[in-house]
Write a protein that binds this ligand. Structure first.
Ligand code: NDP
Ligand code: 2IT
Length: 446
């Protein structure tokens, strides 16, 4: 990046957000790819769009006290960052994981601005979460935590203001407890959360949406380059919501998924992952992926998660967490013949890994575009709630499929317009940025 104005803004971001490397990483990646837009659009510079877009509109940090099953008082820290409302109400998930701190929520909230813009639906960017670890907690403990979390959060959100959803550690169970508490406090039944259960306003296909959408996007990217999922070997990291439904759709599209993982280790199954077993272990029993090897003959479990990227594959779909593929892992993927990486997780590739993909002609589907199907379907859930109607699974799935096709087309076309054909990361950042930037300029200095 050579543009002095952009370098100055980035310097300010670094000074204002010390000790938050993930946030700096996310901002740097966007800046490096939108430089030609900034060079071509002095009006956006004059409107202070960049100076404003890197500063969250509002950041909320709060105490979350709850009582565990032994009667002991526990305290977690809750966050909600309402990053940008230029194109719609704040929208983004809630992450419950012990690694959560301001830098994680800020990077996720920042990326959400551009992702939500790419969906073409009217949603601003936000993210929230807590350092609470749902693992090993009883349902009653999770409920008390969620109720306490919402007892503070409810005053900051609303169906037309800020609509949270799931992310790591927050699934249907947690959304249910949070929705119940919101309704009780506000005495209002509204679409204030997405990812709700089907009996109380949830959308069919939201559970599948991120994983399915990832495969729809990847399919478009492969087809545009003369390839397809048919007969290809796929490695998927993670075994949570995104990984499970990515595995389901990739298999349906003719691929063989040979590996999945969790934070302890990974499974290799040369016969193709038996997803019913994974669903039973992860969705029903809330167990560890290690148990797969005990139930499926011929599969092998290896301790540690990084080794999953040494398994030879044609297509890699990282669906666990940020920075899970570093430069070294990316080089091994390339050496083993992997020619496409599409991101179900948010920011799973380090800058070194991305450089390795681009230098080796790997087709690279960046998170903001590739995993946008989850939040897009959340947008469809909001539409259904506003209409007080429910669409069928097929209707929602078809809309999702079209949205993912359009997202790929937008990334492809923006990359071409700015002379970076085939660089879908640049295309995603540019297309996502431009819509928000125009809206921010039109609304004046707010
Ligand atoms: P889940 O909680 O359902 O699953 C997360 C999976 O990733 C688990 O297998 C978990 O293993 C693994 N994982 C989490 N943290 C780490 C870590 N630090 N190191 C190694 N593995 C880890 O979450 P989701 O599937 O919903 O989310 C996965 C990714 O997709 C995240 O990056 C999320 O931000 C992103 N995403 C999610 C969307 C959604 O709709 N849910 C939408 C768009 C993006 P373990 O059980 O051992 O912790
Ligand atoms: O990262 C993401 O896009 C999500 N976790 C989904 C957010 C949402 O509002 O559905």
């Amino acid at each position: 990046m050579k543009n002095q104005y952009m370098l100055d803004v980035l310097e300010t971001v670094k000074k204002r957000n010390p000790g938050e490397p993930e946030f700096i990483q996310a901002v740097t990646e966007v800046f490096e790819t939108i430089e030609p837009v900034i060079e071509a659009r002095p009006d956006l510079v004059a409107a202070g769009v960049l100076d404003r877009i890197v500063e969250p509109e509002r950041q909320i940090i709060f105490r979350v006290p709850w009582v565990d099953d032994s009667g002991k008082v526990r305290v977690n820290r809750g966050y909600r960052i309402q990053f940008n409302s230029a194109i719609g109400p704040y929208k983004g998930g809630i992450r419950l994981h012990p690694s959560v701190y301001m830098g994680i929520i800020k990077f996720l909230g920042f990326e959400q601005i551009f992702k939500n813009s790419l969906t073409t639906l009217p949603m601003g960017g936000a993210k929230g979460g807590s350092d609470f670890d749902p693992k090993g907690k009883s349902d009653a403990e999770v409920m008390r935590f969620c109720q306490s979390f919402m007892t503070e959060l409810y005053r900051h959100i609303g169906a037309d203001c800020d609509v949270p959803a799931g992310d790591i550690g927050t699934g249907g169970r947690e959304i249910g407890f949070m929705f119940g508490q919101y309704k009780r406090l506000q005495n209002e039944f509204t679409g204030v959360l997405t990812g709700k259960g089907i009996p109380y306003g949830g959308s069919l296909a939201r559970t599948q949406a991120t994983g399915y959408g990832l495969c729809y996007f990847t399919d478009e990217m492969l087809k545009a380059n003369g390839k397809s999922f048919q007969g290809q070997t796929v490695v998927i990291s993670g075994s949570g919501n995104v990984a499970i439904y990515a595995c389901e759709k990739a298999t349906e599209l003719g691929a063989k998924v040979v590996a999945v993982s969790d934070s302890n280790g990974y499974i290799y199954d040369a016969n193709g992952i038996n997803l019913d077993v994974v669903k039973q272990i992860k969705e029903v029993e809330r167990g560890r992926i290690k148990e797969y090897a005990e139930r499926v003959p011929g599969s092998v479990y290896t301790e540690g998660c990084k080794g999953i990227w040494t398994i030879p594959c044609d297509i890699a779909l990282p669906c666990a967490t940020q920075n899970e593929i570093d430069g070294e892992s990316a080089a091994i993927l390339v050496k083993n013949g992997c020619y496409a990486v599409a991101e179900g997780a948010n920011m799973p590739s380090t800058p070194d890994a991305i450089n390795t993909y681009l230098a080796n002609g790997v087709l690279y589907g960046p998170a903001k575009a590739a995993n946008a199907g989850g939040v897009a379907t959340s947008g469809l859930e909001m539409s259904q709630n506003s209409q007080r109607l429910s669409w069928t699974f097929e209707e929602v799935d078809e809309k999702l499929h079209n949205i993912m096709k359009n997202i790929f087309a937008a990334c492809d076309s923006a990359a071409k317009t700015y002379g970076m054909e085939g660089n879908y990361m640049a295309g995603a950042n540019i297309a996502g940025f431009l819509k928000v930037a125009e809206a921010m300029k039109a609304q004046g200095c707010v």
